[in-house]
Design a protein around this ligand. Structure first.
Ligand SMILES: [Zn+2]
Length: 127
């Protein structure tokens, strides 16, 4: 795998993919935000993860959890997208990814809820 490929799995270069979001551009869709947050875990862009988490759900516990850089997901697969386009104010994405545990690689599937405040998408919670 090419090291400069974006870790979100888009097969684009990082500097023409999620890097612009990590540098402050707004995500137009929930898919952009999911990919940018996914690659932020791998790139340790903690501030981006905090800033794109719905403010109602940002707690000291969350921020300290994000200090833990041992969580390194890989192999993002988007399974189902509900709404979440630029014209929407809410959206859900079902997706899966792999991560390493003491017992080897495991897969995890979840559905995340997103909400828009102003023109900015936020991750709310997993449903
Ligand atoms: Zn990307």
């Amino acid at each position: 795998m090419n090291q400069s490929h974006c870790p979100c799995g888009s097969k684009k270069q990082y500097n023409s993919c999620c890097q612009k979001f990590h540098n402050g551009d707004s995500c137009l869709t929930t898919v952009d935000l999911l990919r940018a947050r996914f690659s932020a875990f791998i790139k340790h862009e903690k501030n981006f993860l905090v800033n794109t988490h719905h403010p109602f759900y940002v707690t000291p516990q969350l921020i300290s959890n994000l200090e833990d850089t041992s969580f390194v997901p890989s192999n993002l697969k988007i399974i189902k997208v509900n709404q979440g386009l630029a014209s929407d104010t809410e959206g859900c994405i079902t997706y899966s990814f792999d991560y390493l545990t003491e017992n080897g690689k495991e897969s995890y599937q979840t559905t995340s809820l997103y909400s828009k405040i102003g023109d900015q998408w936020f991750y709310v919670k997993d449903t």
